[in-house]
Design a protein around this ligand. Structure first.
Ligand code: NAD
Ligand code: ZN
Length: 344
């Protein structure tokens, strides 16, 4: 089968031919219908050889959708042909976090080297994807896999980040979204679907700001040295109740802290390598800073309900598997609008 593999640190990924996997006991083989490209893959491919934690070559793609192609022995939950999406942050399935569906915070995944597809395990940018357990599949029925696959990460991660802040997003509140890309353009819609908050989107690209407006941002601002003052004006000096930073570098961290109000949530989702001084006089009084990871299994099921209701919608740019290296270059240089999705 064909697979997009990252094979050598520092080299672009390549489309290669590798053996088709076979499902062992308890596993499910999917024929991939769609696979999303995430900016986290760029971060992974920018690690040095010393930092690189996964075996190479690595088949990329941690957002996957597919049709069930074959069932390993003992799997009775699905039938061949079922259309599904893949819950990516695989955990042990047994610990206290996994028991609550929070496999993204599994207590044993790191020590047991249980890794997500595309982030250690072979990923979805291929003709076939092996899934370790049926609990990591969510049926999507007649939903379009190309439009649905971005919700497995670009949707699930902001959904998880926003849900914990909902008590603060009361009528009259403001939520700031920094970075209106793959995750950010879905975060804007999720904020509207889940809360009455006024949504302000910041980006450095006019194209991304145009998308932010199309998907429902109440205000859009260039992410520059004037942005903090403008957010302060919009909130009558109070600052925002929630700031979501989908970039996570030093500059956006400063902007995020400047936009945040007293008792706000400052949530850093982007893995841009920045650091943020937190403390008395550095961040607003009682501002909670957190850096959440991906989302829960329960949350992906909830999110599919929202997609079915048609209240959230992913902008996509569709590529073939052999165009994926080119699409990653576009993602790195900031020219992809919405989510880049590969269709084998
Ligand atoms: P993306 O490239 O699609 O979007 C990033 C957006 O940020 C772009 O629109 C870009 O123009 C904008 N941007 C860049 N610099 C900016 C600045 N200084 N101010 C404002 N906007 C700026 O990326 P994505 O796939 O949406 O991922 C976003 C981030 O989230 C990445 O860092 C990714 O690694 C991270 N991520 C984290 C998790 C998690 O679990 N924490 C999960 C998925 C992705
Ligand atoms: Zn991702």
């Amino acid at each position: 089968m064909r697979a997009v593999q990252y094979h050598t640190v520092g080299q672009p990924p390549e489309l290669r031919r590798i053996p088709e996997p076979e499902p062992g006991p308890g596993e499910v083989l999917l024929e991939v219908t769609a696979a999303g490209l995430c900016h986290s893959d760029i971060a992974v491919m920018n690690w040095t050889a010393e930092e690189f934690p996964y075996p190479l070559p690595l088949t990329l793609g941690h957002e996957g959708a597919g049709r069930v192609a074959a069932l390993g022995s003992g799997v009775h939950e699905f039938s061949v042909g079922d259309s599904v999406i893949v819950y990516g942050p695989w955990g042990c399935g047994q610990c206290h976090a996994c028991a609550r569906g929070k496999e993204n915070y599994c207590l044993h995944a790191a020590e047991r080297a249980i890794r997500p597809p595309g982030l250690g395990a072979p990923g979805a940018l291929a003709d076939y994807l092996l899934v370790d357990a049926p609990r990591h599949l969510v049926p999507i029925g007649d939903l379009d896999p190309v439009r649905t696959v971005p919700f497995t990460d670009a949707g699930l991660t902001p959904y998880h980040a926003i849900k914990k802040s909902l008590p603060k997003l009361v009528p009259g509140s403001t939520a700031v979204v920094i970075g209106a890309g793959g995750l950010g353009h879905l975060a804007i819609q999720l904020l509207h679907a889940l809360s009455p908050a006024h949504v302000v989107a910041l980006d450095i690209s006019e194209d991304k700001l145009a998308i932010a407006r199309e998907v429902g941002a109440d205000e859009v601002l260039l992410s520059d040295e004037h942005a903090v003052g403008k957010v302060r004006d919009i909130t009558e000096g109070r600052g925002a109740e929630l700031v979501l930073d989908f970039v996570g570098n030093d500059a956006t961290g400063r902007t995020a802290a400047g936009c945040a109000g007293i008792e706000s949530d400052l949530t850093i989702v982007g893995v841009g390598g920045g650091s943020l001084p937190v403390g008395f006089g550095l961040t607003p009084f009682a501002c909670s800073v957190s850096a959440p990871y991906w989302g829960g299994r329960d949350e992906l099921i909830e999110l599919v309900r929202l997609v079915e209701q048609g209240v959230v919608y992913s902008e996509v740019e569709v590529y073939s598997l052999d165009e994926v290296p080119h699409a990653y270059a576009g993602l790195e240089s900031g020219t992809i609008n919405g989510r880049a999705v590969a269709v084998p």
